[in-house]
Design a protein around this ligand. Structure first.
Ligand SMILES: [Cu+2]
Length: 133
């Protein structure tokens, strides 16, 4: 009778020991799970960082826009930089750099999706196209 009680106590003691160990394992598992969740949670954040606004540059030189065709994402910015001696503009329906003398630049924020053909108002043969997607 007493021997079986001792056995039970002994078993209980072992069980308690196991349960402390398994609690530790559980705590570790929880820590690992939290770490894993926070790691996976950081991936979409990095994907968002990828689609953060980009600054593009359109150089105006030799009476041309470089690049003449540019595709950007909504929210990106486009800097028009006049490197010619002559003054130029980058003018579309809806936006206009105004007069840009040598070394001057003007920045357009592409908040609207669409295709925008633009010219220089002084030299209408100068043509460019911005596609915002
Ligand atoms: Cu011009």
């Amino acid at each position: 009778m007493s021997a079986s009680v001792n056995k039970q106590i002994g078993l209980r003691g072992r069980r308690n020991g196991l349960s402390i160990l398994s609690r530790l394992v559980l705590v570790f598992a929880v820590i690992l799970a939290v770490a894993a969740v926070s790691l996976t949670a950081s991936w979409p954040g990095q994907a968002e960082a990828k689609s953060e606004p980009v600054m593009h540059v359109v150089e105006i030189r030799q009476f041309k826009f470089f690049p003449a065709n540019l595709t950007v994402n909504r929210g990106d910015r486009i800097e028009f930089k006049n490197l010619d001696i002559a003054p130029h503009t980058a003018t579309a329906q809806g936006w206009d750099s105004g007069n840009l003398t040598r070394g001057q630049s003007w920045t357009l924020t592409a908040d609207e999706a669409g295709t925008f053909d633009y010219i220089c108002t002084y030299h209408p043969a100068m043509k460019g196209r911005i596609t915002v997607r």
